[in-house]
Structures are given as structure tokens and as C-alpha cells.
Design a protein. Structure first.
Length: 132
């Protein structure tokens, strides 16, 4: 029991002092220049504008990420460096979305049709000598 009384005496006094000083400090700062200003109509608009701008930045970041991902997906399969160069011999747009291409690569000519970002092989033939 003696230990409990000592512990209570040692912990009660600091807790009581904090409560008294804390509440006195709160009452003392109530009518001073340190008091927070009351919320006005302008503050609400300012917070709303910040929220809209943060949302717009989030949408812009998502759109940029989507654009980067799509560009990366489109570049798959393209080889860079010392591979044999491919040469476009002929290209003609047949509709606003469709282009026909004749590409020479590794001794063959390929007739390709590109439509809305998708490429399809139409025909292949071997090349003997320079292209006409």
C-alpha cells in the first residue's frame, strides 16, 4: 500500500499542475491577437479552389501516366541498334485512318496495312537486287 500512495502522490501533482496551467493558458489566450481569426466566406472559396486545383493536378498526372504507358506499349517490338535496317519503299494513305506501306527488311518486301494504330501483314515476297 505504501508504494501505491507514493506513486499516486508523485503522479497526481504533475497531472494536476498540467491541467491547471493548460486551462489557464487557454483562457488567457482567448482575447489576444494570437486567437485564430473567424472563418469568412472568402476562406471557404479559397479552400474550394485549392481542392479543385489539386483534383485537376491529379487528373493531369493520371493522363500523363496513361499517355506514357500507351507510348511504351506501342514501342514494344521495335528493335534499336545493330539490327538490319528496315526501309520504307512506298507508303500511301488510302483512307483517313488506313495507310498501305511497302517495307524492305532482311531481303524481303512486306506489304503492310496500318489502320488506327494496328498493323497487319498483307503480303510478302523475296527481293532480288535493288527495289524498283
Amino acid at each position: 500500500m505504501n508504494v501505491c500512495r507514493r506513486a499516486r502522490r508523485h503522479f497526481t501533482l504533475p497531472v494536476l499542475a498540467c491541467l491547471v496551467l493548460g486551462s489557464a493558458g487557454a483562457f488567457a489566450a482567448q482575447d489576444t491577437p494570437l486567437q485564430l481569426k473567424p472563418a469568412s466566406h472568402f476562406d471557404g472559396w479559397q479552400v474550394a479552389l485549392k481542392a479543385v486545383l489539386i483534383g485537376a493536378m491529379g487528373i493531369a498526372a493520371a493522363a500523363g501516366g496513361l499517355y506514357a504507358w500507351r507510348s511504351w506499349q506501342r514501342s514494344k517490338g521495335v528493335t534499336f541498334g545493330d539490327s538490319a535496317p528496315a526501309a520504307v519503299d512506298w507508303a500511301r494513305r488510302v483512307t483517313p485512318r488506313t495507310t498501305l506501306l511497302i517495307v524492305r527488311w532482311q531481303g524481303k518486301q512486306y506489304l503492310l496495312a496500318e489502320n488506327a494504330g494496328q498493323t497487319a501483314l498483307v503480303d510478302t515476297r523475296s527481293v532480288e537486287g535493288p527495289a524498283v
